[in-house]
Design a protein. Structure first.
Lengths: 136, 110
């Protein structure tokens, strides 16, 4: 039986706290990573806030799960597409996001950036290429 | 469910994982190991401590393949393989070692 690798895309478009969507999405990604598929994540609209630096949840009574994004590389999830327009509309730049990295097994474990800034049009093309899309 | 260690009672879930991560102390691991007929050696503690550090840093209990890779990277190749880890934790290095370490069940263990 031949195993076919599919392209899975998880779209995140909501702010990290206030609803459970962002954390649920992250958990599904980590669980799904066990299936050896080609996984990418997209962050657009308020979803870009999920990756913001220096999150502090001490006053909202939710676990600060932002450190968990750093573990994605260990789970071989290395493609995090962030929509440029969504950042700009919120007055944010790449500098405001956590510097997420992964170690490239095929390149002597060189540390590389996981976050890839793409335009709305580029992201549309990437979505076009996916086999399965989950929206959170 | 609950487990008695060091003269105290620690609440656990139906699978034996500590309910309150913050309550953990080494005696809990010793007691859980005893119930599994295991005696904890320095090699066990190296993995348990590693898991606690991993949780501290990433806020998740790693899946077993992630643990294996990370152990290989940080503690040496001869330890980063399932043979070594299963010899220490026969019920599964992810599930059993995370339980001893007071962590929740690993995320992404299927």
């Amino acid at each position: 039986m031949s195993e076919q690798i599919k392209k899975f895309m998880y779209i995140n478009r909501r702010a990290p706290y206030g609803t459970i969507y962002a954390w649920e999405s992250l958990e599904v990604v980590l669980i799904g990573a066990a299936f050896d598929q080609d996984v990418s994540l997209a962050f657009m609209d308020d979803g870009v806030y999920q990756l913001i630096k220096g999150q502090d949840t001490s006053e909202v009574d939710m676990k600060n799960f932002s450190p968990t994004y750093q573990a994605l590389g260990d789970y071989d999830v290395t493609k995090l597409f962030v929509e440029k327009e969504s950042l700009e509309e919120r007055g944010l730049t790449l500098e405001d996001l956590m510097p997420l990295t992964y170690e490239d097994e095929d390149d002597d474990w060189a540390e590389k950036a996981s976050i890839r800034l793409v335009s709305r049009a580029e992201l549309a093309d990437i979505l076009e290429q996916q086999d399965v899309i989950f929206s959170f | 469910m609950a487990i008695e260690a060091n003269g105290k009672t620690f609440e656990t879930d139906e699978e034996g994982y500590l309910t309150n991560l913050g309550e953990w102390e080494p005696a809990v691991a010793e007691e859980m190991a005893k119930e599994d007929d295991l005696e904890l050696t320095d090699e066990h503690w190296e993995i348990i401590n590693f898991l606690r550090e991993y949780y501290e840093e990433y806020q998740i209990a790693p899946a077993v393949r992630v643990l294996t890779k990370a152990v290989g990277k940080r503690l040496g190749k001869e330890k980063g393989n399932s043979k070594y880890l299963y010899a220490l934790f026969p019920y599964g290095p992810g599930k059993q070692a995370c339980r001893f370490a007071g962590l929740p069940k690993p995320t992404g263990c299927i």
